[in-house]
Design a protein around this ligand. Structure first.
Ligand code: FES
Length: 104
C-alpha cells in the first residue's frame, strides 16, 4: 500500500500518541523526542486502541489504557501482562517536516 503522509511533525509533541486510519489500517503513532513510531492500533489482549494509552519516554513503550499491558514502540513486542503477543509495527520517517508511514 506504500507511503502515506500522516501529519506535520509539529502536530505531535514528544510523549504523545495519535490514531490514524489509513486504507482500513488503524495506526497508533507515537513520538519520543524526534523519533516517530507506528504500531497497529489494536491491543493484542482485547480490541482496544493503543493510541489512547500513555507513552513512556524513558523505556520507549506505550501502555494500553484498558488493562495496563505495555508494548515496545520499536518492535511491537508485548512487555508485560496481560498481553503476551506483540503487535505489528510499520516503518516511519520524516520527509520535509511531515510524518510518513509505509504500509506493506
Ligand atoms: S485490552 Fe489492552 S491490556 Fe487488556
Amino acid at each position: 500500500m506504500g507511503e502515506h503522509v500522516l501529519a506535520e511533525v509539529d502536530s505531535m509533541s514528544s510523549g504523545s500518541a495519535q490514531r490514524f486510519d489509513i486504507e482500513g489500517v488503524r495506526l497508533a503513532v507515537a513520538r519520543v523526542d524526534d523519533t516517530f513510531y507506528a504500531l497497529a492500533d489494536r491491543c493484542s489482549h482485547e480490541d482496544f486502541s493503543l493510541s489512547l494509552g500513555e507513552v513512556f519516554i524513558d523505556t520507549c513503550e506505550i501502555e494500553c489504557a484498558r488493562h495496563g499491558a505495555t508494548f515496545d514502540l520499536l518492535t511491537g513486542a508485548a512487555m508485560c501482562f496481560p498481553a503476551t503477543v506483540g503487535v505489528a509495527v510499520y516503518p516511519v520517517k520524516v520527509v520535509d517536516g511531515k510524518i510518513v508511514v509505509t504500509l506493506p
